[in-house]
Design a protein around this ligand. Structure first.
Ligand SMILES: Nc1ncnc2c1ncn2[C@@H]1O[C@H](COP(=O)(O)OP(=O)(O)O)[C@@H](O)[C@H]1O
Ligand SMILES: [Mg+2]
Length: 410
């Protein structure tokens, strides 16, 4: 089977690496990938637009396309490929509203009977301001933009003044409606399912680190590291997670919206149990780099089962080891300007799995070109052991201005 992975980040590197392990995969390309992936033995093809990817797949008789980033999921790529008879593992752009509209997502969660924060919807500034006026602020209020906002559309507001500001800023930047949500208190985790339209397998759980430093009020990033599995859920919680996914898929199915693709639940474990904060219609970055190396089951076979609606009797087995993934970022990340263009030096004997993201080639050398540059995943018999191994290796990497958080997996 000939496979294409669409994307160019660390998540796609981990996906491609895992798919390459499958005996059923004869050829594999990452489109467009990055030159760091090529160094680790993956083939990259310099095609990026939907037209280019379609043409590449036809020219190379590609059988299966696995899509990483949400932008490609929301594009017409799947439709194009399907009309050419090429399987594309990704949700349809329509059902991807689960991520691109928080209001749509809330509606599905409510209809499915999946616990989620109580929420009011302000369709205009006036209405939103009226609602926040009624909140007593003994608990914070969460103000959320409806659409995609690249991690900048959610404000947790401790005071009426802050909530007013949130309504004004988010309203003018992203428009209305805004969601005004009850603030949940607890620990966050991510759970990942692989879905065939009706059935699913639970891939596993992970926890990521969103802030640039250990200070919980420091800047929000795409993710500075992760570990897998989540270490504070019980077997009972895992059963609940499966029920959440099952109910959500059944609800979508009943609305003629069958969901095929990876499904990522952002959850909060509170004193009252698990709540879904949001769904994303793709795998997480960097959670994928922590999760996939733990997969024992052949990922390509699971995806083939999914695109042929045959997941019903499949299971996903994970290695007993725990993983820790640590990301190295460029100076200036996340606010910018980024200090880029510096050679990425790697001492020999990096023993763990290295995943490349924001790198490019300059005068035959690999240089940093983005915010998140690369990451290392280590497996260990405990989180502590995995952590030691991951940090040993990330410190063999250096480029001018390189920064890593030192507390991943603590
Ligand atoms: N109802 C809530 N209660 C408490 N914290 C929340 C709530 N909703 C969101 N958050 C916090 O805001 C973050 C971002 O919210 P999320 O819904 O995941 O939006 P996005 O990922 O699109 O920015 C969450 O990871 C969580 O830390
Ligand atoms: Mg989120």
């Amino acid at each position: 089977m000939k496979v294409v992975v669409v994307g160019k980040g660390g998540r796609e590197h981990a996906l491609a690496q895992k798919l390459k392990e499958s005996s059923s995969v004869t050829d594999l390309w990452v489109c467009p990938g990055n030159p760091g992936m090529s160094l680790t033995g993956l083939q990259c093809a310099d095609v990026e637009t939907t037209e280019e990817i379609e043409r590449f797949c036809l020219q190379n008789a590609v059988n299966l396309v696995v899509v990483g980033p949400e932008a490609s999921i929301l594009s017409d790529l799947k439709q194009r490929l399907q009309s050419q008879g090429i399987s594309c593992f990704a949700p349809s752009a329509k059902v991807a509203a689960l991520e691109s509209s928080k209001l749509f997502c809330k509606g599905i969660l409510k209809d499915a009977g999946v616990p989620t924060a109580a929420c009011l919807v302000g369709y205009s500034e006036k209405e939103a301001l009226q609602f926040i006026q009624q909140h007593d602020f003994t608990q914070p209020l969460v103000v959320k933009a409806d659409g995609l906002a690249q991690g900048k559309g959610v404000w947790v507001c401790e005071s009426l003044a802050k909530a007013r500001e949130a309504v004004q800023v988010l309203g003018s930047q992203y428009g209305f409606p805004l969601l005004l949500e009850e603030c949940l208190v607890g620990k966050e985790l991510s759970a990942f399912a692989l879905c065939d339209g009706k059935d699913f397998v639970l891939l596993g759980t992970a926890c990521d680190y969103k802030r640039i430093t250990p200070d919980p009020f420091s800047a929000n990033t795409g993710g500075m590291g992760a570990y897998s599995p989540c270490d504070f859920i019980t077997p009972e919680d895992e059963k609940t997670l499966r029920e959440f996914f099952a109910k959500t898929l059944a609800c979508l199915h009943s609305k003629n919206l069958s969901y095929q693709g990876f499904l990522f639940a952002g959850l909060m474990k509170t004193s009252e149990g698990l709540f879904v904060l949001e769904y994303n219609v793709r795998l997480g970055d960097p959670e994928t780099q922590a999760l996939l190396p733990r997969l024992k089951t052949d990922l390509a076979q699971l995806i083939v089962a999914a695109v042929t609606h045959n997941l019903q009797n499949q299971v996903c087995e994970l290695k007993p080891e725990v993983s820790v993934h640590v990301v190295a970022v460029s100076e200036g990340y996340p606010q910018g300007p980024l200090n880029t263009g510096h050679p990425v030096a790697i001492q020999s004997r990096v023993l763990q799995q290295l995943y490349y993201a924001g790198v490019c080639e300059k005068q035959n050398a690999l240089v940093n070109s983005g915010g998140r540059v690369l990451g290392v995943t280590a497996l260990g018999s405990s989180k502590e052991q995995a952590r030691v191994l991951a940090y040993q290796d990330i410190h063999k990497v250096s480029f001018k201005g390189m920064y890593v958080r030192e507390d991943i997996g603590l």
